[in-house]
Design a protein around this ligand. Structure first.
Ligand SMILES: [Zn+2]
Length: 112
């Protein structure tokens, strides 16, 4: 349910972009959603389909790329993607979450 206001923001941003660039119809929207953002791709798609009606992004294909959080090893300092667990792929040390990573909810690019 909490995807609703987030998708409203996305559509508002797309409307603004359309106005600035005089775009009459957006055909594709590429989004990045981090694994820790708590937004579910299917819900974003659902709300997008409903809310885009009457906007320049109506009927646009929504492509969602999910990104992983980044971890930093507390032993060797290696930076790596969060996988199945928190252990460092190099030394098996404990990885610590890098703040802000994996929380993305942004438009990467659009096609029109
Ligand atoms: Zn390590």
């Amino acid at each position: 349910m909490h995807e609703l206001p987030a998708v409203e923001d996305i559509i508002r941003a797309l409307d603004q972009e359309s106005e600035e660039k005089h775009i009459s119809s957006i055909t594709e929207v590429n989004m990045i959603i981090g694994e820790l953002s708590s937004y579910v791709g299917e819900c974003v798609q659902l709300y997008f389909d409903i809310l885009s009606a009457g906007h320049t992004c109506e009927g646009a294909k929504l492509n969602i790329t999910h990104t992983r959080a980044k971890l930093k090893c507390s032993c060797c300092g290696l930076l790596f993607d969060h996988g199945r667990d928190f252990s460092c792929p190099s030394c098996k040390g404990e990885g610590k979450l890098v703040k802000g990573t994996g929380e993305e909810f942004v438009i990467a690019s659009i096609r029109y």
